[in-house]
Design a protein around this ligand. Structure first.
Ligand SMILES: [Fe+2]
Length: 316
């Protein structure tokens, strides 16, 4: 059998052991051994090199290429039998270990998926509880998830970040649970003191989410705390500036303003998409472009047609 035929036969039959003659036409046994040991599919198959070259260099070469053992011609049958038996036992043991590792990996993946699903269910329950107190609709919360994810995608964020912000962003206003009804549900403008109380929802939300160890709660806490911060430092509660504001909160900020501009408020009608884009990029009496991270404004400019589609698909 030639070296090439050996590689084909091994790939097809996946033997438990290979007795490999060093002398083969075209591709010699050393080269075949080297190829088999470099291939993930065949590297665990034990190889006994059979050689008539009873010199140290050939033996070392065989072992360096990864062959498990070697025999010299003429073959002693008793010696061959012992080596084959030992290597087959070793192969069986290694196969068992590999199978156990594979099963363990599947179990870990399943448990991780269960844990993630359980985190998500808990977050959804918390969001539903928050929505009982407020007039904020489920549609608003779903839009925010999609807006933030889309903006993150535009910024080149990886899949883990996008998944995280999808579930973390709806918790941004969860602190409103702790704001008194007379303020939270008041029609019309809030006076100075009322507004100060309302502004506490950021820190109250962060406090509520404090200590959570899942990535969703960690980012949820950052977003709750900082979603009213502004890039130029004029926001609340801490007056953070620039990149001191966590990225999730910077994305949330522009998503929240776009959604508010598109929606009706006591002080304004719902704006159409073009007007909302204009206000974000040029400003009005409440919103200034300097409030937003310029990077997130660029992302917004690049993907706002998609935000429009999301708004129109998920309008309450
Ligand atoms: Fe808020």
């Amino acid at each position: 059998m030639s070296g090439e035929d050996t590689l084909t036969a091994v790939a097809r039959r996946k033997p438990d052991l290979i007795l490999l003659d060093a002398m083969m036409p075209r591709m010699n046994g050393f080269e075949v051994a080297g190829r088999l040991k470099k291939d993930d599919d065949t590297k665990s198959i034990p190889i006994i090199m059979v050689t008539s070259l009873n010199d140290k260099a050939s033996r070392l070469l065989a072992l360096n290429l990864g062959a498990e053992d070697f025999l010299t011609k003429p073959i002693d049958r008793a010696e061959l039998w012992v080596r084959v038996r030992n290597l087959l036992r070793l192969k069986e043991y290694n196969d068992l270990l590999a199978e156990q590792a594979r099963i363990l990996e599947i179990q870990v993946r399943e448990r991780t998926a269960q844990l993630t699903a359980s985190y998500r269910q808990t977050i959804e329950t918390l969001n539903r509880a928050a929505s009982y107190r407020d007039e904020v609709t489920g549609a608003h919360v779903r839009r925010i998830s999609h807006f933030c994810t889309e903006l993150a995608r535009q910024l080149g964020a990886d899949a883990d970040f996008r998944d995280c912000i999808f579930y973390a962003s709806p918790m941004h206003d969860v602190g409103k649970i702790a704001i008194p009804d007379r303020i939270l549900l008041k029609r019309g403008y809030l006076d100075g003191d009322e507004w100060e109380i309302m502004k506490r929802h950021s820190a109250l939300g962060a406090k509520l989410l404090e200590g959570g160890e899942s990535p969703y709660l960690i980012m949820g806490r950052q977003i709750a705390m900082s979603h009213h911060e502004r890039w130029d430092g004029t926001g609340y509660p801490d007056g953070l500036k620039g990149e001191d504001i966590p990225l999730g909160a910077r994305l949330m900020s522009i998503a929240d303003v776009y959604d508010a501009l598109r929606s009706r408020r006591p002080y304004k009608e719902a704006y159409d998409h073009e007007k909302a884009v204009y206000v974000i990029t040029h400003g009005d009496e409440r919103t200034r472009p300097e409030h937003f991270d310029p990077q997130t404004v660029d992302a917004f400019n690049a993907c706002h047609p998609r935000l429009r589609e999301i708004y129109e698909e998920l309008v309450a």
